[in-house]
Design a protein around this ligand. Structure first.
Ligand SMILES: [Fe+2]
Length: 293
């Protein structure tokens, strides 16, 4: 599109874009936004003046808006635009993908920075295509056959199995769909095997070569491909940080990788203790539950 300037944020993913007004939507702008997000995975649109209504319209132009029961709306007229204030505990300093434990997770997240701390409060994203593609062939083959159980740390009743390696519904590329916050175990493996493999994969994805880190400023609107990435809100600030968020519904994902039968392992039943304070796999704790969804 003419007049659009792009600056790459890191070698792995991320682009800053100038010269595109997200409040003046037409077919050209919407398809450019979609293409940029699929190519760079997280795109930061600079110099935006996006009202709450325009934020909602931008969301509607990219798909169906997800109703989020965990977070309050900015106002009653815009139920799909949610308010996230650090003072209310919205920090999310754990690697996750939005809505990963749902049968149909979030496809895109649109994040408008409203109030920034003068220092800190960056967000990091990892390129989950790249993580998968750089694994050895035997490891890729193993993961291709595994089903990952994804559980919400906010609502423990919310969980879904998905293939550990997803074929992205829009780009057709394979990606590793495993995160520190949500992935509990692989259904075809024991809990112990799952823990070792999940620990390896989430540590790998957090290595700097797979990651970009972005310093927000007011007026920036970030849109990310929430299936192809996971993200982390860096908790290194002590001033107010406020953003508005719209999430776009993705398709229902397969529930099984389909290669091996599930392994019956009793250990997951003891994952959460009675007081909700400890888990066997992953990093479940009441402290973490309040930080992400
Ligand atoms: Fe998130």
């Amino acid at each position: 599109m003419r007049g659009v300037e792009i600056r790459l944020v890191s070698g792995a993913l991320g682009a800053e874009v100038r010269g595109l007004d997200l409040a003046s939507l037409d077919e050209g702008v919407v398809s450019t936004v979609r293409d940029l997000v699929h190519e760079h995975l997280v795109v930061f649109f600079l110099d935006q003046d996006l009202s709450v209504s325009a934020h909602q319209r931008l969301g509607e132009s990219l798909g169906d808006i997800v109703a989020n029961s965990y977070t309050p709306s900015v106002d009653p007229e815009h139920p799909g635009v949610t308010l996230h204030r650090s003072e209310d505990g919205y920090i999310a300093n754990v690697w996750h993908s939005d809505g990963q434990p749902r049968p149909a997770p979030v496809k895109y997240t649109i994040f408008k920075m409203v109030t920034c701390p003068t220092r800190g409060g960056d967000t990091m994203w990892a390129n989950q295509y790249l993580v998968y593609e750089r694994l050895s062939p035997p490891m890729r083959e193993l993961l291709d056959g595994l089903t990952a159980l994804q559980r919400s740390g906010v609502n423990l009743a919310e969980q879904s199995p998905h293939p550990a390696v997803l074929v992205h519904p829009e780009t057709g590329r394979k990606l590793l769909y495993v995160s520190r916050f949500h992935t509990v175990r692989f259904l075809e493996m024991s809990v112990g095997e799952s823990r070792a493999l999940i620990d390896y994969l989430v540590a790998l994805a957090a290595e700097p070569e797979y990651v970009c880190r972005y310093r927000w400023s007011p007026g920036v609107v970030g849109i990310w491909d929430n299936l192809a990435t996971q993200h982390y809100g860096v908790n290194d600030f002590d001033e107010p940080r406020v953003f508005h968020r719209v999430m776009i519904q993705g398709p229902t994902l397969p529930a099984n990788a389909g290669r091996w039968p599930a392994l019956d392992d009793d250990a997951p039943r003891t994952m959460i203790t009675k007081d909700g304070s400890a888990g066997v796999v992953g990093e479940f704790s009441s402290d973490l539950w309040s930080r992400a969804d």
